[in-house]
Design a protein around this ligand. Sequence first.
Ligand SMILES: NC(=O)c1ccc[n+]([C@@H]2O[C@H](COP(=O)([O-])OP(=O)(O)OC[C@H]3O[C@@H](n4cnc5c(N)ncnc54)[C@H](O)[C@@H]3O)[C@@H](O)[C@H]2O)c1
Length: 371
Amino acid sequence: MLIGVPKEIKNHEYRVGLTPESVAELVHAGQKVVVETGAGLGIGADDKAYRAAGATISKTAVNIFKRADMIVKVKEPQPVECKMLRKGQILYTYLHLAPDPKQTKALLKSGCIGIAYETVTSDGGELPLLKPMSQVAGRLSIQAGATALQKEHKGRGVLLGGVPGVAPAKVVIIGGGVVGFNAAQMAVGLQADVTILDRDPDVMEDLSNYFKASAKVLRSTPAVLADLVRTADLVVGAVLVPGAAAPKLVSRAMLKTMQPGAVLVDVAIDQGGCFETSKATTHADPTYIVDDIVHYCVANMPGAVARTSTYALNAVTLSHAKAIARKGWKQACLDNEHLKEGLNVAEGKLTYAAVGDALGLKYISADEALT
Ligand SMILES: NC(=O)c1ccc[n+]([C@@H]2O[C@H](COP(=O)([O-])OP(=O)(O)OC[C@H]3O[C@@H](n4cnc5c(N)ncnc54)[C@H](O)[C@@H]3O)[C@@H](O)[C@H]2O)c1
């Protein structure tokens, strides 16, 4: 199979669908790979690295879309890319179709086979191709928060770990899932005073067993949160209520009770954010101030660490890419129910119920598409 890797064209997107190491594995498995010139520059991989891995380099995306049997990307195809997709061509990438009727219709029109990273499942009912980005965002949230706490960013001028004789910063993490756990690991590692809030008893028990005395784990209630926020230096919003917008857990009124220069990092901003005063920001201008509180609300945090994110993503996407290349999309999906869950569109038909329900579009089951 010829696998095509175009350069990502979404604004400020530096990740790339395949690393040179992944290309080498695919080539070793007997596949051919064509990479657009400069596609890997954002992760520090030049054309020479891809050539050394066995890929050919194409000057244009048009050429790649025209020739490749499967396109491997990171972000959802932009309108110009949707137009280049053709019937039966496999598109393996993040799609996030539910809030995006325009892209959904364009993909249906193209007749391509859209396999979405974010809906591929695993035995534990998790979303393993989404998880690494939550891990990255969680870890980065502490780094971003630590920077925002510095005076030049209008923060309180507090060092997370303190120093001998000076108390460490108080870090409150709301939501102890993948983002929250990874944030807590970093904050504990920096010797901050860490409290994690969650509502799920199993999550609380796991966190307690893991962190023992190095972090406090509390049940999330409005009263507990209000109390903690008052003295916090850094609050990380990491809640997720599946299928719903993030609940607004920190109100504007609560900001007035906080210490001036304290920092809110709203990782849940991609679901609307869990602070009332959150609005999405970009890496170019990541923070803003409301009532003396620094807000960091970047919606695509992993983009800032494109190299780490790309390698983390490839670690979970490559095995499926290899299976699709070896067997074709139908057989690969028939052989692996978790990959089958990733099928969102196939030859002009929507094959993912939640997207159909969200957009009011007709859909068939993935099984129907596969027969
Ligand atoms: N901004 C970014 O770049 C970026 C990147 C990755 C993930 N995210 C977002 O981060 C959020 C968290 O993702 P995740 O992978 O950790 O999800 P997750 O499902 O692993 O964890 C969410 C946790 O929130 C808890 N929770 C729900 N309601 C709560 C409440 N009222 N109080 C306290 N805890 C509550 C749940 O019990 C769960 O443990 C999601 O919105 C996700 O989309 C953003």
